[in-house]
Structures are given as C-alpha cells and as structure tokens.
Write a protein that binds this ligand. Structure first.
Ligand SMILES: NC(=O)c1ccc[n+]([C@@H]2O[C@H](COP(=O)([O-])OP(=O)(O)OC[C@H]3O[C@@H](n4cnc5c(N)ncnc54)[C@H](O)[C@@H]3O)[C@@H](O)[C@H]2O)c1
Length: 375
C-alpha cells in the first residue's frame, strides 16, 4: 500500500485541524506525517500531537531534508503562491488552503507550474468534497426549479476584536507592500463565493462582469461587510452578500432561485433543501476529506479526479482580483452600528444587516440597490 509522506506547513492556526486529519489518515494506514514547518513557538498540545516528527522554521529547510509526497499549506494568504511553488518544484503535490492565491497572475503562474511539474494542487474548499454542490448545480440546470433567476449566497457572522488581532495579516488588504486580500468575501466567506460559482456551473470561469461593493464598520483595512454580483459567460447571475457585523451567527447558505422553486444548500452541513409547489424535501450528503481525495488521486489520477482542483478556482480568483482592485472599503458611520461587549470580546453590530444580506442574496441585488442608509 502506498503510504504518502505528508509535510504540514503552518500549524498554530487552522493547521491544527489538518494535524488531526493527518492523524486520522495515519490511523487508517493511508498517510504519514514526516515533517512540520512552523516558524512560531508551538503550544504544548500541538508539540505533543506532533510527537517525534521534526519541525523546521522555513519550508526551504524542510525541503532540504525531506521529499514529501504531499505538502499541506496552512499559512497566511500572501505566503501561499511562493510556498506552493517551492513545494511543486520539490516534486510534491499540494493541498493549499483557501483563498489559493492573491491574484490572477499568481493563479496563472501556479497553474502553469503545476502543469510543468506534473503535480496536483487541491484547494482547501472543504465542502467541495461533498456531492451536495454538484446536486445543487444539477438542480440549477435540470429544470426542477423552472427558469433560474440566479444563485444567491448570504454569509452573516459575528467576529470580535480577537479575530482581527489574532495575526498581523488579519483584516489587511496589503501588508509590507504585498497583496493579502483578507476580507469577509475572500476569507471567511470564500466558501460562499466558491460554492455559489460552482452551483452556477461557473467555477472554471471566465466571468463576463464582476461588480463589487466593500464596506467596513470595524477599524480595519479590509471589508467586514461586502457584496459581489457576477455574470458568468454562460449561466445565471450570482450574488454573494456578507457581513461579519451581524447581530448573531446565521448558518451561511447558497441558494438557487427558480420561478418554480428554490434549492438551498447549508454548505457547512452538506444539506440541500428543495422547496417547490409540491412541498419541501431535504437531503444530507456525505463529504470526502480533500487530503484523502488528493492521496487517492495520486494513486489513480484517471479514476479519481480532484474534488477541488486549482483550475476550478479561476472564477473565484477573478472575483478576488476584482476585490483587490476595488477602492478601499467605505467606512460606515458610527450612527449605523453599535459596539457590543468589551476588550477582545467587543464586536460591532451593523443595524439591519442580518435582513439586508439575506435580501441582497435573494433578490440578487447589491447593498447600494437596497436603499440602506449607510451605502
Ligand atoms: N478551510 C477553512 O475553513 C479555513 C479556516 C480557517 C483558515 N483557513 C485558511 O488557512 C490559512 C491560515 O489561516 P489561519 O487563520 O490559520 O492563519 P494564522 O495566521 O492563524 O496561522 C498561520 C500559521 O502559519 C505560520 N506561518 C506564517 N508564515 C509562515 C511561513 N512562511 N512558513 C510556514 N509557516 C508560516 C504561522 O506562524 C501560523 O502558525 C489561510 O489561508 C486561511 O484562509 C481555512
């Protein structure tokens, strides 16, 4: 049995989740952690979970000592392109966290390098591991919902000051002269954007138009509230409306709106709810882990396609580039938001945004078209 050697890069944040996944694959006998790269000190529990596996301060140091079959990159967004290129050049396949890169040039360069080296790049949109997304796309295409008006997604979460303080790059559009493009649409709700594009059958691009509106209630550089409307070259329009200034956490959804019904995907649970004049039915799908899928793909590329390949993030990256190129977010005047809690728990709540984001996603409108006082 092929037991690929895995290197994990960036372990103190979301990388901890990947560490657990690798441990599960190890227990199942399908993969083995051989090296970790992490420049920062390791908390005791992470240290314990890593065990005897060597830890390197840079990926170059790691690659000088190991030839991993798969490199899992869970580092700040602006480091993705460079680290992924180094891993590919070392002959490794890559599982790259989302958003994959910070622009279209970087995307084209990485795709070309993957082609040249013959290596695979899987992008960490974990819910694409579920057939729920394809089921939604099929419902958009097969007439079940009648003529399709469009695909809408609403992302409404609460993020406190601790979230923006966790890392230097959090809430930044640029850092030390390089693009970061962190923000509600491109990072926490990147899954909403990618899933909505996939549901519209548009993930491979190109998109004909991309309209972007960015706002912020917090004292950050990036959007904490934003919306985007895209027109694919073929297929229905897509609107994604987001905020990190909601009054409470809502389950993010992506929905296909047709003249004869609606299909909604709660993508964190791979649950599709179809509502037509005949009634409502619900179906929950399984999910394949993206690292397990990449390992299976290595063993038999023809039989096992990647579930979230880099090529299928072309339209997503076109949206990200439009956000990168857009003017900096419009600050929302204090009369429209309130600050709840204190210290690191403090978070700002934008009046009416819970309803507004759902309305934008349902009516396929931008925030500026809803008559909201802060636009
Ligand atoms: N798929 C998901 O649902 C999901 C969820 C959270 C985060 N993410 C993604 O994971 C990535 C990391 O996010 P995070 O919130 O964990 O960030 P973080 O800043 O909290 O952690 C990043 C880790 O990478 C390390 N690091 C920084 N530069 C490095 C380098 N050059 N080489 C090696 N290690 C380096 C840091 O020390 C830190 O331990 C981002 O792309 C983010 O969007 C994905």
């Amino acid at each position: 049995v092929d037991q690929p050697e895995i290197a994990l890069v960036g372990v103190n944040g979301w990388g901890g989740v990947h560490l657990d996944t690798i441990a599960r694959l190890r227990a199942a006998g399908t993969a083995r952690l051989v090296a970790v790269c992490e420049p920062a000190p390791l908390p005791a529990d992470t240290r314990a979970a890593i065990g005897d596996v060597p830890v390197y301060p840079t990926l170059d140091d790691l690659l000088a000592a190991h030839r991993p079959s798969v490199t899992v990159l869970v580092t700040p967004i602006h480091t993705h392109a460079g680290l992924a290129a180094a891993a590919l050049r070392a002959g490794s396949d890559v599982l790259l966290e989302k958003p994959p890169v910070t622009g279209l040039d970087e995307h084209a360069a990485l795709l070309a390098l993957a082609e040249e080296t013959g290596r695979a790049v899987q992008v960490g949109f974990q819910n694409l591991g579920s057939p729920a997304v394809a089921a939604l796309a099929e419902l958009a295409a097969d007439g079940t919902l009648g003529a399709v008006r469009g695909v809408g997604a609403a992302g409404r979460w609460v993020r406190d000051r601790r979230y923006y303080r966790r890392s230097r790059w959090a809430g930044r559009r640029r850092l030390d002269g390089v693009a970061v493009v962190d923000g509600s649409l491109t990072n926490p709700f990147a899954h909403s954007v990618q899933t909505a594009l996939a549901a519209a059958g548009a993930a491979h691009g190109p998109l004909r138009t991309v309209e972007v509106e960015l706002f912020r209630a917090n004292d950050i550089e990036a959007d904490d509230t934003g919306c985007v409307r895209v027109t694919p070259a073929a297929g229905p329009p897509v609107v994604v409306a987001t905020t990190l200034c909601a009054s409470r956490e809502h389950e993010p959804w992506v929905a296909v709106f047709g003249e004869a019904g609606t299909a909604r995907l709660d993508y964190r649970f791979d649950r599709v709810t179809v509502t037509t004049p005949d009634g409502t039915r619900e179906h929950e799908y399984d999910r394949t882990d993206l690292l397990a899928n990449l390992i299976a793909h290595r063993a038999d590329p023809a039989a096992v396609p990647l579930l979230s390949p880099l090529a299928a993030t072309a339209a997503f990256t076109q949206v990200l580039q439009a956000i990168r190129d857009a003017p900096d977010p419009t600050p929302i005047p204090p009369e429209h938001w309130t600050e709840v809690g204190a210290g690191d728990d403090a978070h700002r709540v934008l009046a009416g945004i819970d309803d507004a984001a759902a309305r934008a996603a349902t009516d396929l409108m931008l925030y500026s078209e809803l008559g909201l006082p802060w636009t």
